[in-house]
Design a protein around this ligand. Structure first.
Ligand code: GAL
Length: 760
């Protein structure tokens, strides 16, 4: 079921569906398992008509042993998937501000295992900053014959195929079906995993029986120490202020079902485009591909159990506990994960239940911090970190509350959401609204450092489809700093300007006064990491502007606020002395900002100046029109030149639009189909001659595919706020894929993709 972009009945995917697949087996002497990485939200799995198991909960993996039910030759796996919102399964039972979609949306695999094999392997790195670092490996062994066995376990740590360290232990399995063993080693000479150098290692765990290798699994991990303290968050002993956004795992049209490279892309956007150091997986565990990429790029992760405000009955709670276990077993080896969220997002205190969730997490992972996202003050802290959704900012008050006001105890503290529904903003809202959105994100970031918090994670990365009870009435919550297609709104540049390693300069204005109330000019926010900006008007220098450290003293890169588009132009071009030109400018600026409402002093000043220079009132009005209105003149071009370390690093030009340009940008022209299909995003934007997005463009297109690719979603689309995107996916074979974008205004544009189907 493809869901529309907006305006649909969420019941459309809430159904029971059935999947069937035939597979051939020859000479079965292994133990066979079927593993599902994610089925939304409940699954009953049958092999050759035998029910082999049922799983409740759509965000964590599960596997069933199918050995007794398979046969040589053809077999059938049949899955009944319940995507209705069952009251016994978190997050359901009341309302939820996001859609949960349905179906088998992550990979499924058949596992051929030895009778003695490793089910999970948890790797903990301890004391990595000391002179005796330790690696502790918790191995869950399945011994399906349940016989006592002497085994040897060898652990080999490698990096780029070189052995770094090896340790081994002998064991006697005691004959239970499942057994947990813990082994430790003390490696040296490794590089730490951190945000700039996310060094990763592999641990290969081998089992030998009678000197014969019978099992070997490989897990990737990193050496690092992540600590929350009252003073803030420390990674490898270095203080880091967490700056992140919340992410849902949804996409237009396909809900949760997106393959590896699309998951990767979201991490790349968070890390590189938005310059963040953290993401919160709101409000459930997400794709392994997403997690892998966070490890590879160095992006911290707040991982949390599924749930949203509502807490259900005993059954429901049992399922929640089970999902914590599954989350930790799935994600424990990712160095990027720094905290487990073990409370239902924004639920009330429940000491009995939350003692159990904390205990469950600590039993599996004694090292990582726990948190639990609440929106209540002074709640009982059973976790290591008080994690709080602070929606106090109204645009007129400080960005965040002081920690002392939220929790009286001096404890580690992290803000896990802010803004969001307090100021929904669309990419195509008017400029005043969009700039207010920008300011609110700036204000909160400024407060984070001022209040010396561990950091803050905003709501949210991109807009998302939601239930009828939330959003703007079209089933979309416009809470993102990007739209649903991951195309940035102005507020996205608040983040890029703080964290990007590249020069950033986003002028959050089209400089058209007609966009403003009463055509009055306003301050212009330039989101940038430049040291200063030189502003030119039609190539005449106006003024040098610096970051506004007065208003945003705690930001690494305060915005540059431009409040003067005239500079010395009146002085240089009109018959006034420097002092009088300044006076004229002041009065006319006042007139422009107030819509001509001048007080008596301004009026007298202007009158005296006109008389002094023998000018009429009409002359005065003409000066106003020339410098403030710009009517009738040839198009005004503003040039913003940004300097970093005395070097001109980035230039933005703003002028009127005469010849719009259609920009089509695929994320990649190469697609690789492996275990699943691959997909890539194609972004279409209408730009002006100076590469600025034309926000109010809504041109429409017909899109067509040919060959090895297929378009996801509708084939007639129109720009939404100047841009839109869609994804194309592979179809199961190698070859060329062709995409045609047909437009009334821009003709036909064609793009060629290369699809390679890997032979498995
Ligand atoms: C929070 C909630 C989020 C989202 C957000 C909107 O209360 O945790 O899931 O609904 O509000 O601002």
């Amino acid at each position: 079921v493809d869901t529309p972009y907006n305006n649909f009945d969420e019941k459309m995917y809430q159904k029971i569906s059935y999947y069937k697949k035939e597979f051939d087996l020859q000479d079965i002497d292994d133990e066979l398992y079927i593993k599902f990485n994610g089925v939304m939200s409940c699954a009953k799995v049958y092999i050759n008509n035998h029910l082999v198991g049922e799983h409740l909960g759509g965000y964590t993996p599960f596997r069933f042993c199918i050995t007794p039910y398979v046969k040589t030759g053809q077999n059938i796996v049949f899955v009944e998937v319940d995507s209705t919102e069952r009251e016994d399964v978190p997050p359901f039972g009341f309302v939820v501000d996001y859609l949960t979609y349905g179906g088998i949306y992550r990979e499924v695999e058949l596992q051929f295992c030895n009778k003695i094999h490793i089910e999970t392997c948890g790797i903990q790195t301890l004391n990595v900053l000391s002179n005796r670092p330790e690696i502790k490996v918790v191995i869950n062994i399945i011994n399906s014959k349940c016989e006592q066995e002497k085994i040897k376990i060898v652990n080999v740590i490698t990096n780029k195929n070189k052995i770094v360290y090896e340790f081994s232990n002998n064991y006697v399995l005691n004959g239970l079906n499942r057994e947990e063993l813990t082994v430790s080693g003390f490696p040296r000479n490794f590089e730490l995993w951190d945000l700039d150098n996310p060094n990763l290692y592999y641990l290969e765990t081998r089992i030998y029986k009678n000197n014969e290798l019978i099992e070997s699994v490989q897990n990737r991990f990193g050496f690092r120490e992540a600590k929350f303290t009252k003073e803030g968050f420390y990674l490898n002993g270095k203080k880091i202020v967490i700056r992140g956004l919340n992410r849902h795992q949804s996409f237009p049209y396909v809900g949760y079902a997106m393959p590896k490279n699309v998951q990767y892309k979201d991490v790349e956007i968070l890390k590189y485009q938005l310059g963040l150091n953290c993401v919160r997986l709101s409000h459930y565990p997400q794709s392994d591909h997403f997690m892998d990429r966070c490890d590879e790029l160095g992006l911290l992760v707040f991982d949390e159990l599924p749930g949203w405000q509502h807490m259900g009955n005993e059954n429901w709670q049992t399922n929640a506990i089970q999902s914590i276990k599954e989350m930790i077993l799935k994600d424990q080896n990712h160095p990027s994960v720094i905290i487990w969220g073990v409370r239902i997002n924004e639920s009330d205190d429940n000491d009995i239940f939350y003692s159990l969730t904390n205990k469950t997490a600590k039993a599996l992972d004694p090292i990582r911090a726990t948190g639990g996202v609440r929106c209540i003050k002074n709640s009982n802290l059973l976790e290591d970190v008080y994690t709080y959704n602070d929606f106090s900012h109204t645009g007129k008050n400080p960005g965040l509350e002081k920690r002392e006001k939220v929790t009286r105890k001096n404890v580690p503290y992290l803000v896990t959401e802010y803004n969001g529904h307090m100021f929904p903003s669309k990419k195509f809202d008017n400029e005043k609204h969009r700039v207010e959105h920008v300011k609110r994100h700036l204000n909160v970031l400024n407060s984070v450092k001022k209040n010396k918090l561990s950091g803050a994670i905003g709501w949210c990365m991109f807009d998302y489809n939601t239930h009828k009870d939330f959003g703007s009435g079209d089933k979309i919550c416009y809470h993102g700093v990007m739209d649903m297609f991951r195309i940035p709104k102005d507020a996205a540049f608040v983040y890029s300007s703080q964290g990007s390693k590249e020069p950033v300069m986003h002028v959050a204005s089209s400089l058209n006064i007609g966009e403003n109330e009463g055509s009055r000019p306003t301050d212009i926010y330039v989101l940038t990491n430049c040291d200063w900006v030189d502003l030119y008007r039609n190539n005449s220098f106006i003024k040098r502007f610096y970051p506004n450290i007065k208003k945003y003293s705690f930001l690494d890169h305060p915005p540059i606020i431009i409040d003067d588009l005239i500079g010395d132009l009146i002085k240089d071009n009109e018959p006034f002395t420097a002092k009088d030109a300044e006076r004229v400018k002041r009065v006319l600026t006042k007139a422009s900002r107030t819509g001509g409402k001048l007080n008596i002093i301004n009026k007298i000043t202007m009158g005296i100046l006109l008389i002094k220079y023998k000018l009429t009132q009409k002359d005065g009005e003409n000066i106003y029109t020339k410098y403030f209105g710009g009517w009738g003149s040839k198009a005004t071009t503003y040039k913003f030149e940004g300097y970093i370390n005395n070097n001109k690093s980035i230039t933005v030009l703003k002028s009127q639009v005469f010849n719009p340009v259609l920009e089509v940008k695929p994320d990649s022209y190469d697609l690789f189909e492996g275990i699943t299909y691959d997909a890539t995003r194609v972004v279409i934007s209408l730009k002006d001659e100076n590469n600025n997005p034309i926000i109010y463009a809504n041109n429409s297109f017909n899109i067509e595919e040919l060959g090895a690719i297929e378009i996801i979603g509708p084939k007639t689309i129109s720009l939404i706020g100047g841009s839109i995107a869609f994804w194309v996916k592979t179809k199961g074979f190698s070859g060329k894929g062709f995409l045609k974008i047909k437009s009334h205004e821009f003709g036909n544009l064609e793009y060629e993709f290369n699809v390679i189907k890997e032979t498995l």
